[in-house]
Design a protein around this ligand. Structure first.
Ligand SMILES: Cc1cc2nc3c(=O)[nH]c(=O)nc-3n(C[C@H](O)[C@H](O)[C@H](O)COP(=O)(O)OP(=O)(O)OC[C@H]3O[C@@H](n4cnc5c(N)ncnc54)[C@H](O)[C@@H]3O)c2cc1C
Length: 340
């Protein structure tokens, strides 16, 4: 599907979300893309329940609350969200605009691009068993896209974090059989979900095993059994239909490295006036941006978003002066904010 807008933002972490606000105040429309199916970047993926103490004027809020508040703040600007898809290409056109393409086949034409890609796209940590790749999305899954596809199946869920436990609890009573396997009986999942899992085990609705999956038996192209090695190195064979792997996510810079931008390790070099990269019209803010003195803090990303927005406004409306206006008193900003 093809879209047209003023600005494409790559990455919906806290800084990408605040970029929508700063652009919106200046009357610019944005589309935002994230590789994850949910918003909030590191805040929601890595530490949703942890308190943050250094957001100005908010003495404390947990990371999920910060993202919820940002979503509330940007609501008036009607940004378009494209989630669960990675930006794979950013191509500069002859007229200085950009064509942005995603892994889901979305194409967006824009006058400027802001990269707020943090530490990169979060990708699932893989199950390291020979030959497993041939079964991905057929019998081995790193994400549950369609829960019903696992109903009535013999399931083996791998992992000890929230995703493994949430899906275990959600699927245990709908699967033909379900075995949760984790390398130890210490879990990272929320205690309430661990308690639910233990209750399901006590009720005979699922099993829990300490161990690792180290191999499979296959009948032609079809996996029939998983080899589970316990801490004493004994291997048992578990008949299975589907394996759901939740070993966590790790960030990878990914395609951003191929867009012709000047990088310093895994960050993009910018100036400190506009947060523009070496490619005119492509800006970088938040954790992915680097310049002398850069600090990877949400606060810094918010400042960068404000200055990038002013620079983008000047770029897309050349010849017009961009006035600094206060949200307190500016009628045009009140109108953009949807205030009476
Ligand atoms: C445990 C922990 C505690 C922290 N506590 C604090 C704190 O107290 N105060 C503070 O200021 N900071 C804190 N931080 C740091 C803070 O979370 C980061 O500075 C902030 O998340 C950076 O925001 P961002 O929007 O730049 O990037 P991120 O939050 O990393 O989001 C980037 C997003 O871009 C997406 N993305 C990347 N590449 C692509 C692509 N090609 N296509 C589509 N999407 C892509 C990713 O999927 C991700 O969702 C903490 C970090 C951690 C890990």
């Amino acid at each position: 599907m093809s879209h047209q807008t003023d600005v494409v933002i790559v990455g919906a972490g806290p800084c990408g979300l605040f970029q929508i606000f700063e652009l919106g105040l200046l009357g610019l429309k944005a589309h935002i893309v994230d590789a994850l199916p949910k918003l909030g970047g590191q805040c929601t993926e890595l530490y949703p329940d942890k308190p943050i103490y250094d957001i100005p004027a908010i003495p404390v809020c947990d990371a999920q609350e910060l993202v919820d508040r940002l979503m509330e703040q940007i609501k008036p600007f009607g940004a378009t969200f494209h989630l669960d898809q990675q930006v794979t290409a950013v191509q500069r056109q002859e007229d200085g605009s950009f064509r942005v393409a995603t892994s889901a086949g979305t194409e967006i034409l824009a006058k400027a691009v802001v990269i707020a890609g943090g530490v990169g796209s979060f990708q699932p940590m893989l199950l390291k068993v020979d030959g497993v790749d041939a079964h991905i999305d057929r019998q081995v899954f790193y994400r549950v896209k369609d829960p019903a596809a696992h109903h009535g199946k013999r399931l083996c869920v791998l992992g000890g974090g929230d995703s493994a436990f949430d899906w275990t609890v959600a699927l245990a009573e709908r699967a033909a059989e379900l075995t949760l396997i984790h390398r130890s009986s210490t879990f990272r999942a929320a205690p309430a979900t661990v308690a639910k899992m233990e209750a399901l085990v006590a009720a005979g609705k699922m099993k829990f095993t300490v161990g690792n999956v180290v191999g499979f038996d296959a009948d032609g192209a079809h996996i029939t059994q998983a080899h589970v090695r316990d801490p004493q190195d004994h291997i048992t064979k578990l008949p299975i239909d589907h394996v759901l792997v939740f070993f966590g996510l790790s960030p990878k810079l990914g395609p951003i490295a191929e867009w012709g931008l000047t990088l310093d390790k895994n960050q993009i070099e910018t100036d400190t006036e506009k947060f523009e990269t070496n490619v005119p019209g492509i800006y970088a803010i938040g954790d992915i941006a680097t310049y002398p003195g850069k600090k990877k803090l949400i606060l810094s990303g918010f400042h960068e978003a404000a200055l990038a927005a002013f620079a983008i406004k000047a770029r897309v409306e050349p010849g017009k002066k961009v006035h600094l206006q206060y949200t307190t008193t500016s009628p045009i900003m009140h109108q953009r904010l949807g205030l009476k």
